[in-house]
Design a protein around this ligand. Sequence first.
Ligand code: CU
Length: 150
Amino acid sequence: MHFSTLAATVAVAILPVLGANFDVIVGQNNGFTFTPTSISGAVAGDTITFTFVSRNHTATTTTFVNPCPPPAGGVGPGGFETGFQNAVGADQPVSVVTLSDADTHLVSCRQAAGAHCVAGMIFVVNPTEEMSVDAFLEHAENDPVQTDRV
Ligand SMILES: [Cu+2]
């Protein structure tokens, strides 16, 4: 007991201080999707590696109630924006985002003036009971401003 506690303490002490990485596929099977649709337990210093595998998309932080389209540059503080990543053709561009906090971040795609977002192209960092994937998706699909434009 004492030995294993000591061993665990030593193991923790010699591990390098590196953030975790979360891999997210954008546009899998040519869909308007982030896979997975959420990640949990992400903290400051962790990274999200977005790999864009179809069409031309962004991963952009936005608001919970009126998410579509997300604003260029994303909503802060702690917001982020990958910019447009064109995966048409052979390239599968990768964009790595480093988180600056452990907050909830609501992410959608900025393409087509928000039409991808309205189509359900959303992703949540650290969802909560209130700001769940399902609740955010409902806001995206029913964003009144964008629905009027499409
Ligand atoms: Cu898109």
